[in-house]
Design a protein around this ligand. Sequence first.
Ligand code: SF4
Ligand code: SF4
Length: 442
Amino acid sequence: MNLLDMVKEAGIVGAGGAGFPTHVKLESKAEYILLNGAECEPLLRVDQQLMELFPDEIIKGFEAAGKFVGASKALIGIKGKHKKVVSILRDRIQELGLEGFVEVKELPDIYPVGDEQVLVHELTGRVVPEAGIPIQVGCIVVNSETALNMYYASIKEPVTQKYITVTGDIPKRLTVKVPVGTPIIDVLKLSGIENFDNYAVIDGGPMMGPVMSNLDGYVTKKSKGFVILKKDHHLVRKKSVSLEQARRVNRSSCEQCRMCTDMCPRYLLGHETQPHKMMNALNYNLTDIEGQKIAQLCCQCNLCELFSCPAGLYPKSANMYFKDKLAEQNIRYKPKKSEFKVRKSREYRLIPSKRLIARLGLYNFDKPAPMTEVDVNPEFIHISTRQHVGAPAVPIVCVGDYVELGQQIGKIPEGSLGATIHTSISGTIVEIEKDFIVIRRD
Ligand code: SF4
Ligand code: SF4
């Protein structure tokens, strides 16, 4: 079995939050393979600790993937501020005799340096075309936890556990490893809070993660962190605004100052993303479809809404409004050129993470969340059949079956994009629903 088959068998998906099936990335040949260890979402502490705790496994998984796709260089991107981790990685690369192939490159402490397209530029100087993906400029990007999972796949261990940071306005900040399928509430309670009536929870990082409408969900392979804040925190209120409310506010107050565009990371890469134009189109009911297509170039990093706009408006939501309308009509943006150059002003408009954290009102919570061993043993786990990009996994077990930890319980539907799923505990299948397979611990 080659690495691609082992990764497919292990059910690996992008652990950075996107959930794209990793084996599909390995089908391409690339000049560079890039490790995304930027972890640019404020407060999250998973990748930086994994690289410190499991450097050999991550480097080996990354090296194997790099060799498999025929890369001539494997670049690890990590923020230079993590000096200790940078030094550990460099030492281990040398010790493993990989210094000619694997290299650590230090990233600036800016947001969103972990955005795939920003990362590609920071590490290689190349610019991914509009509406494109890194392979178009010879790059494949994998997250650090994904590289760790690839190492485990090579020793026949599938993805059954997930590393998660629990942080925010809580007594105990920590990073834990829990079984996929664990009730989220069990993970949240590790924070030292029992009653969440006065709290809101952001699923993921504070910039891109949504506020959870309820806490009834289950950990998936895509879970990365939970940010727990008081319900009246400014960030929670801002992120809880509906698209319709945002549209009403946007229509009344945009000054067309362009700050949202001038600081947009995709615009600065030389793309046509220009949220101020979407605000204008919204305010004046402009019907120029051609002009609206640039809304599709937004990566939803939220910088314009949570940092750039001096009036506190919702330019990303304006993008989303037009993006949805165009999707309904199946209209797609077509780039007018294939080569892009970053804008000259880019270097002066990069947003330091510290300033962003202060603006978000998270300064007091920007603290360590150390990796901690915890005992989370839920009686029932719910394995989602939809924890990846593509078609849902098809159950290959029946109610009443006994399954062993790590056993495959769902396969990729024939001819579809998808990922296999495995049970994260030993026990009995008690329910098979449309979206979940439920297993009782025995
Ligand atoms: S949305 Fe805000 S930043 Fe953008 S043009 Fe309007 S006022 Fe300026
Ligand atoms: S969310 Fe705003 S800043 Fe981010 S890519 Fe979209 S338009 Fe640009």
